[in-house]
Design a protein. Structure first.
Length: 363
């Protein structure tokens, strides 16, 4: 049988448990569960000890996981799943049990009530820390998801003309993603035209494109359970002098970051590479968000490229580089690419053209 990526991930977590002096770890988070098992159902509890791992689920999923899950003992739980956890922990003499910071208050309370002797403690970020560095299987999925972004942009180009509504473009993006083999959008697509573009997380509406508009499109594809993320800003017909100036500043800021990012650079330094150029150009107060974020199973995950984050970048991290300038009530420009940190720098995975001449669309 071909080796799956899951065994090494489970082993890495088990090593981390030992270092933290934990007997076991409870995993409820859906993304962490997917990372460790590939399971995409809505209910499971993983109980992972140093030498044994249990996958607890209910009758809806039992058949599916029995066929597919290696490395875990499958446990069918009928009701009161927390008591099932407590029973296994007692049998294995596990006392110190860590849980994720995303656990709900209700789940935690039920676990506590299931067995008061368990020493439950929050051990945050244990799996998230492993997820930061992507393995080959993950990189392959992310590359495919990034290439799909480029294919989507190529196909929606004809819609970017006066008279098209933001919502129409969004719909076309969604259907194109599915036609190209993506599972879905990685997040709700943003199509922000004219003055709407000054809101970085604008909610796509019914405004129609006009000649002289700028339109910012931020889209992502989910494929094989992994996300991609890209933003391009286009000018419908022509760009004003100010629009062009802002576009060139954002593009240059992004270029500086892409050239400077390499292993050993701190997240905050990466942010500064782009930010200092935007500040020098006089637009510092209009770049209100961080330079980027990690992307993987979740669209936003560590590391976060922002001021005050000292995380050092290392090979295998997948991050966005997305400087922007937003002038309230007027316009916004963002240029975003997805990149993987390599041994010597970073490799950009989204390749849709972004030089100024490519951004101005003839109508
Ligand atoms: Mn992004």
């Amino acid at each position: 049988m071909a080796e799956t990526p899951y065994e090494p991930r489970l082993k890495a977590l088990q090593h981390a448990l030992t270092r933290k002096n934990l007997d076991a770890y409870i995993v409820l988070d859906r993304s962490n569960t997917f990372y460790l098992t590939g399971f995409t159902g809505t209910f499971s509890i993983l109980l992972i000890g140093n030498r044994a791992a249990y996958f607890i689920t209910d009758f809806r999923y039992i058949e599916r996981v029995r066929a597919h899950l290696a490395g875990f003992t499958i446990v069918l739980s009928k009701r009161n799943h927390e008591r099932t956890v407590a029973r296994i922990a007692r049998r294995k003499s596990w006392k110190r049990i860590g849980f994720e910071e995303t656990i709900t208050y209700g789940d935690l309370e039920r676990l506590r009530n299931a067995d008061r002797r368990l020493q439950l403690q929050c051990a945050r970020g244990m799996i998230e820390a492993l997820r930061i560095k992507k393995d080959q299987a993950e990189l392959l999925s992310i590359r495919k998801a990034a290439a799909t972004c480029d294919a989507v942009f190529a196909r929606i180009r004809p819609l970017l003309r006066p008279g098209t509504a933001e919502k129409q473009i969004e719909r076309k993006i969604r259907t194109t993603i599915e036609r190209l083999g993506g599972q879905s959008e990685a997040f709700p697509t943003i199509v922000a035209s004219g003055p709407n573009s000054s809101m970085p997380h604008y909610e796509t509406g019914s405004r129609t494109l006009q000649k002289g508009d700028l339109v910012t499109i931020d889209l992502g594809v989910r494929l094989d359970g992994y996300c991609s993320d890209i933003t391009r800003t286009f000018f419908i017909g022509s760009a004003s002098r100010e629009q062009r100036r802002i576009y060139e500043v954002v593009l240059e800021a992004q270029k500086r970051a892409l050239e400077g990012i390499k292993p050993g650079v701190a997240a905050t330094q990466a942010d500064r590479l782009a930010r200092s150029f935007i500040v020098q150009s006089g637009y510092g107060k209009f770049f209100g968000h961080g330079l980027g974020h990690g992307v993987g199973i979740d669209i936003h995950e560590p590391p976060y490229l922002r001021q005050e984050d000292k995380t050092l970048l290392y090979p295998g991290m997948v991050i966005t580089i997305e400087p922007g300038i937003y002038i309230p009530g007027k316009m916004g420009v963002r240029i975003e690419d997805l990149a993987v940190v390599t041994d010597i720098g970073c490799e950009v995975l989204t390749l849709t053209p972004k030089d100024f001449s490519a951004a101005v669309l003839r109508i």
